[in-house]
Design a protein around this ligand. Structure first.
Ligand code: HSE
Length: 342
């Protein structure tokens, strides 16, 4: 590690360019484009400090649908055929931000087979593959990272994988879905369900299929990924008790408020007496002394209990363009760093 003043050091040598192919230019994709461009100089200097080399990250191609012309996407980067990215040998990292199961999963598998590193925010695809994506990454010796898949901007996967690498996590209790928390909070504060849902949609918090949020599937996918990190094994979808917020009425939320409680969609992974984890996602009316009670709007909170660290609480934006983009950017930059350190 070079000891350099990040603000003054001039990096003179010709850059080694890490080229990125971005799949999708929606809420997160456009955010990643903005963060990487806005922070170009800072990222280059940090990479220099970490590796001693002048490494630059450039998005060179962006895949969108044939009839899609997103504002802010330079025409020269726009491609509509994935093969243009897959067969471009200069592209080092494929960043999958189109969401959904397929073609996203196939695109990631194909990228890894071609020796390209993969970053994704796709909790649905990562959970549903039940370890197949990680197995492909091992087999092809590439980096696969998905920090943005769980709890948006909160670096929870890094915290578990690295910070707690020597500890034993015993339980996870969290609000892992920003849009439902936004809706529940909005209604508690006097909005109608329709208004709160509409605002969540306008802000880009909801999945393309909002039932994934409302019926608890999105939180279930994220909880499953956390389960994998903690136990080394993905829980099957059928083993996770799941109930969404769709049956909760505005009346229920108001009554709870009158009793001093707030409804939250709570995800739990808990070790039972046999040492096995059990998983659930369901709405709960929480009292003010509960650590999740004060998490409002699109924020997520994750409470981890572990053998040695005891209790850890992480709170941050669980959805949103630039917020989630920081997690994707962190994965891209850390791959660029690792490629030049190893
Ligand atoms: N729909 C998701 C949520 C987006 O509301 O949390 C971020 O994963």
């Amino acid at each position: 590690m070079k000891n350099l003043d990040l603000n003054k050091q001039e990096i003179q040598e010709l850059p080694q360019v890490i080229r990125v192919g971005l799949l999708g230019f929606g809420t997160i994709g456009s955010g990643v484009f903005t963060v990487l461009n806005n922070e170009r100089e800072l990222i280059t200097r940090r990479l220099y400090k970490a590796t001693g080399r002048h490494v630059e990250i450039q998005i060179t191609k962006v895949l969108v649908l044939p009839d899609e012309y997103p504002p802010g996407l330079p025409t020269e980067l726009r491609v509509t055929d994935y093969n243009e990215i897959l067969n471009d040998e200069s592209i080092d990292i494929v960043v999958e931000l189109i969401g959904g199961l397929n073609p996203a999963t196939n695109f990631m598998m194909q990228a890894m087979e071609k020796g390209k590193h993969v970053v994704t925010a796709n909790k649905y695809a990562v959970f549903t593959a039940q370890g197949a994506l990680e197995a492909k990454a091992d087999e092809t010796d590439i980096h696969l990272r998905y920090e943005a898949a769980v709890a948006g901007a909160i670096p929870i996967l890094r915290s578990i994988n690295e910070g707690l690498i020597g500890d034993q996590v015993e339980s996870v209790v969290g609000i892992l879905n920003g849009s439902t928390n936004y809706i529940l909070t909005g209604v508690k504060n006097g909005k109608t369900l329709e208004e709160a849902l509409d605002e969540a949609k306008q802000n880009g918090y909801l999945e393309a299929d909002p039932s994934a949020d409302l019926e608890g599937y999105d939180a279930m996918h994220k909880l499953g990924i956390l389960g994998y990190l903690i136990t080394g094994k993905y829980p099957a979808a059928s083993s996770i008790e799941r109930e969404g917020i769709e049956k909760i009425t505005a009346e229920d939320i108001k009554n709870a408020k009158q009793n001093g409680q707030a409804y939250k969609l709570v995800a739990r992974a808990t070790k039972n007496a046999d040492g096995e984890f059990t998983y659930s996602v369901k709405p709960e009316a929480l009292n003010p002394d509960h650590p999740l009670y004060h998490t409002e709007g699109v924020l997520n909170t994750i409470l981890i209990t572990s053998k040695y660290a005891k209790e850890l609480v992480f709170t941050g934006y669980g959805a949103g363009s630039l917020e989630t983009a920081t997690a994707v950017t962190g994965d891209i930059v850390s791959i660029a760093r690792d490629l030049h350190i190893c």
